[in-house]
Write a protein that binds this ligand. Sequence first.
Ligand code: GLN
Ligand code: ZN
Length: 763
Amino acid sequence: MTTVHNLGFPRIGAKRELKFALESYWKGESSRDALKGLGAELRKRHWDNQAGLDLVPVGDFAFYDQVLDMSFTLGNLPERVSGFQGDQLDNYFRVARGRSAQSAAEHRSCCGGVAAGEMTKWFDTNYHYIVPEFTAATEFKLDASRLLEQLAEARKQGVKAKPVIVGPVTYLALGKAKDDSNKLALLPALLVAYAQLLNALAAQGVEWVQVDEPILVTELHADWQHAFNLAYHELKACPVKLLVATYFGQLQENLYLAANLPVAGLHIDAINGDDDIRPVLNLLSGHKVLSLGVINGRNIWKTDLTAVLEWLEPLAERLGDKLWIAPSCSLLHVPVDLDSEQKLDAEITSWLAYAVQKLDELQVLAQALRAGRDSVKEALAANQAALAARRSSPRVNNPAVQQAIAEIDAGLGARKSSYPTRAAEQAALLKLPAYPTTTIGSFPQTAEIRHARSQFKAGTLNEADYKAAMQAEIARSVHEQEALGLDVLVHGEAERNDMVEYFGEQLDGYAFSQFGWVQSYGSRCVKPPILFGDISRPRAMTVEWISYAQSLTSKPMKGMLTGPVTILNWSFVRDDQPRSVSCKQLALAIRAEVLDLEKAGVSVIQIDEAALREGLPLRKAQWKKYLDWAVESFRITANGVDDRTQIHTHMCYSEFNDIIASIADMDADVITIETSRSDMELLDAFDNFNYPNQIGPGVYDIHSPNIPTQEHIEQLMKKAAERIPASRLWVNPDCGLKTRQWAEVLPALTNMVAAAKALRQAA
Ligand code: GLN
Ligand code: ZN
């Protein structure tokens, strides 16, 4: 009989209870015991949610991050916190968040405070983990208490527990050698700790342990492939059964390796890695369990259960009780419970499944495999009906949009003339000085702005008054910019809650949930908008605001838009058409906005692509395909304008080495990027490529309250000018200023403008 299990459950709580408890504890408003109590309550509730499963994950709960939990379990704490005398949980938060005696940023990594562990994206998800730190001297010392306590807790509740841990090779691969030593040299010592951990679990009568090794779906150097063999040959002596879990993609060339590890079972992602299933079947020896991730753990759509059964039934026949089924990956990446949604449109709700509903789907599949489809006839029929309704809904299908997509041709993404011609025309029109100054778009989102918006949403402020309040904010930021002497102004984005949601709310084809929260890191959650249908723009979205801002000044006012790739990458996307098609639909909608802005006399238009890089596939071999459609989408959006209209784009990072050709292909007249912390060295990618257009390398680190000095900005710009001809350089901050205070922004920009003036004089 097929075993049904889960790889992990979201820990944040259906109403983000964990977030609020953490933040109140950090502020000193509630006790540690209250926080720990809430953790226990959430675990209990979530195990109840999973009660019908044959095996339930234990140890997937974390107060901040499961990788950081693993570091504590292995006793691998950064040196700087190892002598801490206080409570273990507080020390854990010290690594997670840093702690400084004085203001956090003034003492980033020195005196009094403790620098936070570095945080980075968990594979291709929007979850961020705390990077384990290693040196040649790293020693491990097992502390199994957290896992054993949770195991005892689960058992007391009658849960059929399967402890979950991050596997040794993935743990090592994701960490960072602070001294550039060879991390693999630590493997033998690491395995001693892992063996102790597995033995401790076995001593508690644990039968199965899930060992997550998602690094197996990435391109692995031969040394790391070898590490897998070493590790699992070492651990096979432990008296527990290991289920090695892989997810997020295909094993491909690592498939033989994964299938032949001396373990009791292998989990593969049957959504993103379905090409692996046939070969795995042939390679896996008969005594091993094959766990298939048949429900998508990365999206919020109902599964086509009948379609899954079509291919799954013959496998179940063949594998018998060696077949397990599960979601493709931990459900950490989806919201908790659709039943929480009160306001979401009923039709759209009927197409969705959050974590709890996904586990229900899994039960239906299991039941069908065990007792035949007839035993779940009604559930399958309801599922079919919901999917059929979605497929044929006029809200999903818009023939005009589909036709526009079919008619896209290469001309749509091409500017009329090449960059030098455009640059000359733009220079004549805009008459900007050398080293022109600008900002990235947003000005501080003050308490008053947020207050007005929440009143407007609650219905206590009417539309006219809300609009007047936002216009007053826009006027304020325009006046401040004029007083500062900036060259190209922005309206400040007061009216925008979020750079994606703002556009999603105005586009047809988007829905917004109330409780569709997903953990991004620690207590931070995001609520991605739901892209469910063909995208169209019923009316102009930004023209009125920008025109108002332009009316207040004779300086050029930048139109400010979010690009299609970023909107796509920060949304829950459709599973019924390729991402590339959704992206092009977004591109056509934003293109219409670009053209409307141009028609309204806006001569500089910025299209932000903050999330272009993070959409890169896990495997380099797939990068080109992604970059091709991403760049084409940007070009469709931007390049319909006249030569005289200056297109800017902005990206909040500076690692361009491996994608510089695609960036150049976007052909924006100006790109602004984040460089202030890299001391301009990251401009080398542009220099080496002979990047032909204009660049604004960030000179003000907006993540910090520090005020950059004029001298520092001049120094940075001089370094930039060693790499990029000064005639093609702009002077601007790293990113938008919405998280800063006016009291910080004004002196910082004063220094920035002064630096630009000094550079002009020296030139
Ligand atoms: N225009 C946006 C802003 O200034 C850009 C934000 C971003 O790149 N993340 O806020
Ligand atoms: Zn940015």
